[in-house]
Design a protein around this ligand. Structure first.
Ligand code: NAP
Length: 275
């Protein structure tokens, strides 16, 4: 019988996940499917009925459902609870289990691109305090990396640091140039970078020469932040790898094969990024 998986969101047409999973299904010769399904918020409970009835092995969850599915899952693992979002569902014996793989995606991307990225154990400067930042802060904590958290709205960063606890120092976006020299890693988790936007007041010359700069925005693949950092001779890692690596655990659960993030997979997704 064909094993079926999905990504649900609203809207969902932009999702690259069907291409990622479709590539792996072909590569491994698996009798399976992975489809994008537009599910409006009001229709989520009915979609969960289909899951419990055994129509799918599981799937991914994207905006705007990452928080709403909490109440519908039969169990949510502790990490997803800490992050406050579910992006992966696995159906077993008629029960739906929720996970979050964004933090694995973030770490998997850096580990693959720069294996010794944390060798110096310097703090990470994380810009942004939204949903993606939350997963990244949990990821950095799992590697014992202290964080300097910079956000435009101080109250949002305060609330996030208070909720997560651990070694997080807060500072405003207007203080970024005094905090940045301490950083071994700079992570942009805001939507700045899309449509050619950049942090106008962030002076990259204050960064240590061995600092690594990464962006989780991947459209465009080389954001202005990454382009500016590259021009200064800094190491950079783009955000596409995070998207690819976060997909691995779900595929392994649904289809029983742990797939690889290969250069060929990356190239096929890259080719879709400009439209
Ligand atoms: P979110 O929850 O809406 O958070 C957005 C963050 O960006 C907030 O910290 C917000 O600051 C900040 N921000 C927005 N506009 C800004 C501006 N003009 N100047 C300064 N800061 C600004 O969004 P999210 O879910 O965390 O996603 C953020 C980005 O990450 C999106 O572009 C998304 O596509 C990308 N993403 C990529 C991956 C991947 O796999 N590569 C995974 C998840 C998300 P305030 O608190 O001040 O509003």
């Amino acid at each position: 019988m064909t094993t079926k998986a999905f990504v649900i969101g609203h809207p969902i047409a932009h999702s690259r996940s069907p291409l990622i999973h479709g590539t792996w299904l072909v590569e491994h010769g698996i009798d399976g499917s992975y489809e994008a399904i537009d599910v409006a918020p009001a229709d989520l409970p009915a979609f969960f009925d289909r899951l419990r009835a055994g129509e799918f092995a599981g799937g991914n969850v994207t905006i705007p459902h990452k928080e709403a599915v909490f109440a519908l899952c039969d169990s949510v693992d502790d990490l997803a609870k800490t992050i406050g979002a579910v992006n992966t569902l696995v159906v077993r014996d008629g029960k739906v289990h929720g996970y979050n793989t964004d933090y694995l995606g973030f770490l998997g991307n850096l580990d693959a691109a720069v294996p010794d990225w944390n060798a110096q154990q310097k703090p990470a400067l994380v810009i942004g305090a939204g949903g993606a930042a939350r997963a990244i802060l949990v990821a950095l904590r799992s590697r014992n990396i202290p964080v300097i958290l910079v956000n435009r709205t101080r109250a949002t960063a305060d609330a996030l640091a208070g909720a997560l606890g651990g070694d997080i120092t807060l500072c405003g976006l207007d203080e970024i140039n005094s905090a940045a020299p301490l950083a071994g890693l700079v992570v942009n988790t805001t939507s700045i970078g899309m449509h050619g936007t950049r942090f106008d007041d962030f002076d990259l010359s204050v960064l240590a020469a061995d600092a690594l700069v990464t962006d989780i925005v991947y459209v465009p693949l080389e954001t202005p932040l990454l382009a500016d950092a590259r021009k200064r001779g800094l190491k950079v890692v783009d955000g596409l790898g995070m998207l690819l690596h976060q997909a691995v655990p779900g595929f392994a659960d649904w289809f029983g094969v742990r797939p690889q993030v290969t250069p060929a997979l990356r190239a096929s997704i890259e080719a879709t990024l400009d439209h």
